[in-house]
Structures are given as structure tokens and as C-alpha cells.
Design a binder for this molecule. Sequence first.
Ligand SMILES: NC(=O)c1ccc[n+]([C@@H]2O[C@H](COP(=O)([O-])OP(=O)(O)OC[C@H]3O[C@@H](n4cnc5c(N)ncnc54)[C@H](O)[C@@H]3O)[C@@H](O)[C@H]2O)c1
Ligand SMILES: [Fe+2]
Length: 384
Amino acid sequence: MDYKLIQNVKVTVTDNLSNAILSILEEKKYRKPFIVMGSFISSVPIIKSLLVQFQKFNLEYVVYDKVVSDPPTEVVDEGASLFNSNQCDCIIAIGGGSTIDVGRGINILRVNGGKITDYVNPHKEIKPCYDMIAVPTTSGTGSELSNALIVTDSSMQSKLAVLSDHAVSEYAILNPDLVITLPKHMTIMTGLDAFAHAAEGYTSNLSSPITDAICEKVMYLIVKYLPRAVKDGNDREARERMMVAAALAGWMLNNAGTHLGHSIAHIVGSKYHIPHGMACSYALPGVLEYISPVESKKVKEIGLLLGAAYPENSTDLEIGNITAKAFRHFRDNVLGMSPFSDLNISIVELLSNAESVVSERFAGNSPCEVNIESARFLLEKLYE
Ligand SMILES: NC(=O)c1ccc[n+]([C@@H]2O[C@H](COP(=O)([O-])OP(=O)(O)OC[C@H]3O[C@@H](n4cnc5c(N)ncnc54)[C@H](O)[C@@H]3O)[C@@H](O)[C@H]2O)c1
Ligand SMILES: [Fe+2]
């Protein structure tokens, strides 16, 4: 037995965002932050007051607010040249997973040069990248702690992953006030992305007893607090717990990874423009059913966390089925996600993605091998 668990990001959970950021800038003697954000976030009062504080302390900062959801590679490349031409000394990425991924991508380029596609598998070497502060405004991707970043190749309509322990954030600041404005549907989708990270990490062939313990706790927190955050976006306790759950789940991405659910979500999500967390939540139940014959104990544990009951002597297949049903109940009835059929994607069109799912890079972490036939089975399951 030889399990390691490494966590290099310094995490702060705080009520006072400005103080937390200013104290890092002071400690590290940063004078010129490069602030990466989506255009919406600059209008949020907490962010406005943060910028006022920066002016008060004579910090010259540059704002790069070109981030869009599922960011194209060009946004990262352009941000890096702007960082360099302005000679900034650190990056503060404030936003959802898209923004933090862009911030971390810019950090790779300003240290290592080139374009972000140079670092997609098979990747160029990435030297350690410091000076990056991640401030999430969604509770989902866990990009603030994760070593993965996802960019979109617009010409191919595909998602590209860059993976490196050298490209994690140096700091993550979790401030629940930033998530209060997150609309209900985004709260659901991003929360289910975090659940998928934990459920897939728990059942991945990279999992270990130490990651299992954290994944179980993440799922517990999400089942308990996501319905509250969805019901009342101002429920600060629920928002804070969800932020913590999502960050821990992001950390698990580095240690246990995701597998088939994310493979399907990456292929289908980028092709049909389905928000990432939504795509993950459609894919997960079929995946749990599929892997149940080899991971029935863990699949059952996930179901128990979701409140499922299992008849004595349930078979592995029954366990998979009951767990998938429990997750769908949580997703559709408790949280209120709209069904996949609303997207009007024909079955013939959907099944045409089977080959891409098989070759998607995270599919190799699955405890069960996947072939074209099983990928078709998993894609069909999206309609349930
Ligand atoms: N790095 C990783 O490990 C990892 C893991 C999973 C997914 N991802 C990637 O992250 C991206 C998705 O990130 P996301 O789900 O956080 O969404 P997002 O960052 O794309 O944001 C979605 C929308 O919500 C808005 N928004 C964000 N915060 C808000 C707030 N507090 N109030 C109101 N609106 C707000 C944004 O402006 C945007 O319009 C995808 O590209 C996905 O592939 C990365
Ligand atoms: Fe994800």
C-alpha cells in the first residue's frame, strides 16, 4: 500500500474578500495584478469595492474581461500576450470554472511561452507556475484546486484538457458572498458537476482509500446543501458548504480523476453546447449502472448517500439500477433539472458520438473498459 495525497493550493475561506486578497498581495509584494474575469462579474458590488481598494493602495491593475463560457483557446493566448505586454506580476481570476481555467492557462503561457494548444496531450513540459489567485464564483468545477483546465477548440467543436500539477493555483479564496447571485439553474448545474467529480473520482481506477473518504464527504455535503442553495440562493451556510464541497471535489480531480461521465459530457457538451455540469448530470446515472458489476459496493454507497434503499441480496445490476434512479430523482425531482429530451437531439445523431467517447482521454480511468457498443448504451441512457 502506498497512497499519496498532495495539496499545494493555499486555501482561504473568508467573509472578507478584499482583505484576503490584499494580504496575499502584500505578503508576496505583488504590485500589478492581471485580473481575469467575465464581463458580468465586474458589476458585482464586492468586486467594485475590491477595485476601489486596489486604487486606494496604488496598485496598478489590468482587467482582462473577455472570458466566455467554455472558453476558446484564443482567449487564453490573447490574455497571455496582454499579461506580458503589461508586465503584470500575478493573476487574479474571479469567476466560474471558465474564468479560472483561462487564468491558469494564461499563467502557463506567461511562464512557459507558446500557445495553450502546445500543452494539450501530448503536451510540452510545463514548468511550475506560481502567482495565481483563484476566486471562484460558482461551486462546481473545482478549478480553484484542480490540476486540469479545459479549453474549447472552436474549429473542431471539441474540448481540450491540459493537465499538470505545475499549473494549479497558488492560492484559492472562497467567499460565499460571490455565489449568492448565481441563478438557480446555474446553481443546479454547477453543483451537479461537483457531485459528478466526487462520484466519478470515487469509482475511478485511480481512487484510493484516502480519496474515497473525501469523495464520500463531498457527496454527503452536496446531497445535504445543494437543495438548500437551490431553494434559497441567499442561504449563506448552504452556499459556503457547497463552495467547500466543490473545491474539495476539484482537489480530487488531481488525485482520482473522473471517467466516463466526463468523457461523455466533454464530447456531447462541446458538440451540442450543453453547459458542462448539465451534461455531466445526464451522463452520470448510466455510468453508475454500467460500472456497477465491478464497483457495486461503491455504487451502493453513492445510492445510500442519495437516500436510496436496497432490498437484501440485491444483485450488482439491481444496485446499479437503484442508484441511477436515486440520482435521477435527486437531479430531476429534488433539484428540478430539465430532461435531456428537451434538447431535441435525435438518437441517431447522439449515437454518432460513440467512437469519440471511447477515445476521450478520461475514459481510461473507468473501472470498466468501454467499447463502441457500451458507449452507445451509455449515450442512450442520457434520455432516461
Ligand atoms: N478545471 C477543471 O478541472 C474543470 C472541471 C470541470 C469543468 N471545467 C470547465 O469549466 C467550465 C464551466 O465552468 P462553470 O460551470 O463554473 O461555469 P462558467 O464559468 O462557464 O460560468 C457560467 C455562467 O455563469 C455566470 N456566472 C458565474 N458566476 C456567477 C455568479 N456568481 N452569479 C451570476 N452569474 C455567474 C458566468 O458569467 C457564465 O455566464 C467549462 O469550460 C468546463 O469544461 C473545468
Ligand atoms: Fe466537471
